[in-house]
Structures are given as structure tokens and as C-alpha cells.
Design a binder for this molecule. Structure first.
Ligand SMILES: NC(=O)c1ccc[n+]([C@@H]2O[C@H](COP(=O)([O-])OP(=O)(O)OC[C@H]3O[C@@H](n4cnc5c(N)ncnc54)[C@H](O)[C@@H]3O)[C@@H](O)[C@H]2O)c1
Length: 356
């Protein structure tokens, strides 16, 4: 049997503990080194994992024994850490949004391709079984010609402080990068490239728990897809009463000439299909799509464990020496849409999206 892939973790905060440690265990990879700039966070991760090689500086971590690096730090650090990891010859799994802007994201993709390392962007919700089933149904033509794509991400974060996420210099954007980036990726996955868009960003709270906030807490996009379909995408942190996380609303609907499908994150193992003939009915996700190909995850286990499959994909791509899905190219495409949305908001007009 081949030796396990050795992975180092940079950033041992929330997403690392909730998604990436269980993901690495599922993927059969070996966690060999940890890095966090916060000593208390690093010590907690050391105790939790038993990994002895710990670093406060990612440059030092890159000398550790590892084939690949997971980057789970605030957005402004993604580019420098990724570039250093690529320069050290490591495969890179980087959190979303991939970078702070289009140029940075393009640079990361180019550097990774030139170095011949595997690269993956953490568009975690592509791994929801119901989203994979939705993509399959649309691709098979089960809905006919897609007319409309609609996504709505509603959470209630109230006025609590959200750390680096409320600071533009550290996060780049607010709700746009934090939540809508995943939904732009859904749109690409289901309906393809966006030809043009209009956008609006709004900040309702200038302070959260007394600390300044300078990013938006609501965003909406109107989109025309290259396919001719139209899109409406909305995301809010201030949808009072909606709760947070996996239990709050993440709704996607595609209306085609022959039918409509509805995806809801709260129901990761089913879709709703509407046709003229049968009205609205529930479609369970087929057994074969309930876990990622090759994942040892129990299809009847906790449905929220879909999140761990993304590291199965990353590790398998390293072993099989093939591109990851989704890659930095997908991260760049989303970044391009995000940058266009920021410009469209500033200029208060429709803009073409240029992926080239
Ligand atoms: N894919 C998803 O579903 C998903 C979910 C949550 C967060 N995220 C993304 O993951 C990233 C981290 O988010 P989080 O919620 O875990 O944040 P967090 O604040 O909980 O954790 C980030 C950690 O990075 C550490 N850190 C900061 N700068 C560092 C540096 N230069 N070197 C080493 N460590 C450093 C911090 O001390 C902190 O412990 C963000 O990019 C976020 O957008 C993605």
C-alpha cells in the first residue's frame, strides 16, 4: 500500500477544526505539522491532534515533512501563504475566497500550474449530495433549457462581532466573498459562465459588538448567463430569525423549459422536482451520488459530513496525479465575478464579465 499523503495545516481556527481535521482522517492522509499565529489556537490544535511539529510562522512550517498544505487562514493571507507553499513544491488546498482580487487569484493559478502542483479551492457546498444531483440533472437535460437560476442564502448573524470577517483589509469583501462566493460557484456549476451582471452591496451595521465594520452584510446580483438564462443571487447576514450555518436557508432553484428543481442545504439528501405533469415532488438523491466517488464515508451517516469529502478529492487528486475539482481555476472564475460585482456596484451599471 502506498504511504499516506502528508499534509500540513496553516490556520487552526474554526473551519480547520470543523471541516479539515475530520476530512483528513476520512481521506486517510497524515497530518504532520500545524501552524497558527495565535499561540492559544495552536496549542488547542496540538492537544486535539497530538501533532508535535507546531509553528507560529508558515515559512518555518514549509520546511516540515509534508507533501501538501491546507490554508485555512483569513482571506488576506491566502495569496502569500499559497505562493510560499507552491514555491516549496507543495500541493495546495486553499480556502475560499481564493484571494483578495482577480489579479491575485490569477497569479496563484498560474504559479500552481507552472510548478505542476495540485491546487484546489474549498467550494465545500459543491460536495452536498443534492447539489451534485442537481448538477447531474441539469447536465442531462432533465429540465430542458434552463431559463432561470435563483439562489438565496439567508442567515441571522445579528450584530455580533465576526472578527476579521468585518474588516475589509483582512476579508476583502463581506457577504460577497464570505457567502455569495459559494453561490456564484453553484451558478457556474449549474448554468455556466455569466455574460453580464448588475449588483448591489449594502452595509447596515457600521459596528458589530462595538467594533468597526467596513464590509457589506447584504449583497444581490442580477445576472445574464452566456447560455441565455437569467440569474438572481442574494445573500444576507441580517435575515432575522433565520439562524446560522447548515440549518439556515441556502436555497437554489433552476427553472427550465421542462421542469424546475429546488435545492436546500437543510435537506442535503433530496431535491424537489416540479413538472407540469406531476407538480412538486421530492426526489431522493440516488445512492451513487450520496458520497464523493472513492470516499469511504457512510452514505447513511451524518448527512452534514459531506464537508469531509472535499479533502478526499484533494488527496485522491494528489495520489492519482490529476487536477482537483474544484481547482484554483474555479476560484479565479468566482473572483472575477466578485470583482465585476464590486465594480458594477460602484458604477451603478450593468457590466460584462470577462473571464479571459
Ligand atoms: N469553505 C467553507 O465552507 C468555509 C467555512 C468557513 C470559513 N471558510 C474560510 O476559511 C478561512 C478561515 O476561516 P475561519 O472561520 O476558520 O477563521 P478563524 O478566524 O476561525 O481561523 C483562522 C485562523 O488563522 C490564524 N491565522 C491568521 N493569520 C495567520 C497567519 N499569517 N499564519 C498562520 N495562521 C494565521 C488565526 O489565528 C486563526 O486561528 C477563511 O478564508 C474563510 O473564508 C470557508
Amino acid at each position: 500500500m502506498a504511504a499516506p499523503v502528508k499534509v500540513a495545516l496553516v490556520g487552526c481556527g474554526t473551519v480547520a477544526l470543523h471541516n479539515h481535521l475530520p476530512g483528513l482522517a476520512l481521506a486517510g492522509a497524515r497530518l504532520t505539522a500545524l501552524c497558527d499565529s495565535d499561540p492559544a489556537v495552536l496549542e488547542r490544535a496540538r492537544q486535539q491532534t497530538g501533532v508535535r511539529a507546531t509553528y507560529s510562522d508558515y515559512h518555518a512550517l514549509l520546511d516540515a515533512d509534508c507533501d501538501a498544505v491546507i490554508i485555512a487562514t483569513p482571506n488576506h493571507t491566502h495569496a502569500p501563504i499559497t505562493l510560499a507553499a507552491i514555491a516549496a513544491g507543495k500541493h495546495v488546498f486553499c480556502e475560499k475566497p481564493l484571494a483578495m482580487n482577480r489579479d491575485e487569484a490569477a497569479h496563484l493559478l498560474q504559479a500552481a500550474e507552472q510548478a505542476g502542483v495540485r491546487h484546489m479551492t474549498a467550494f465545500t457546498y459543491r460536495f452536498v449530495p443534492a447539489m451534485r444531483y442537481a448538477a447531474q440533472l441539469v447536465a442531462e437535460g432533465a429540465l430542458g433549457q434552463p431559463y432561470h437560476f435563483r439562489s438565496c442564502r439567508l442567515q441571522d448573524w445579528g450584530s455580533r462581532a465576526v472578527g476579521w470577517r468585518q474588516v475589509a483589509a483582512l476579508a476583502g469583501t463581506g457577504e460577497l466573498g464570505d457567502m455569495l462566493s459559494h453561490r456564484i460557484d453553484y451558478a457556474h456549476l449549474l448554468v455556466g459562465p455569466i455574460a453580464s451582471l448588475a449588483a448591489q452591496l449594502r452595509r447596515y451595521l457600521d459596528r458589530r459588538d462595538g467594533q468597526p465594520a467596513d464590509v457589506e452584510d447584504w449583497v444581490a446580483l442580477l445576472a445574464d448567463f452566456e447560455s441565455g438564462a437569467s440569474g438572481v443571487l442574494e445573500s444576507s447576514k441580517l435575515a432575522t430569525g433565520h439562524g446560522e450555518g447548515l440549518r439556515s436557508q441556502d436555497y437554489v432553484e433552476v427553472n427550465g423549459s421542462e421542469g424546475s428543481i429546488i435545492y436546500q442545504l437543510t435537506q442535503p439528501l433530496e431535491l424537489l422536482l416540479a413538472t407540469r405533469e406531476h407538480g412538486l415532488r421530492t426526489l431522493p438523491v440516488p445512492e451513487a451520488l450520496r458520497v464523493w466517488p472513492g470516499s469511504p464515508r457512510d452514505p447513511d451517516g451524518d448527512p452534514r459530513s459531506f464537508r469531509y469529502d472535499q479533502l478526499v478529492e484533494f488527496v485522491q487528486a494528489i495520489v492519482e496525479e490529476r487536477p482537483c475539482r474544484p481547482s484554483f481555476a474555479d476560484g479565479l472564475k468566482v473572483q472575477i465575478v466578485m470583482d465585476t460585482a464590486l465594480q458594477a456596484t460602484r458604477e451603478r451599471r450593468w457590466l460584462e464579465v470577462s473571464y479571459g
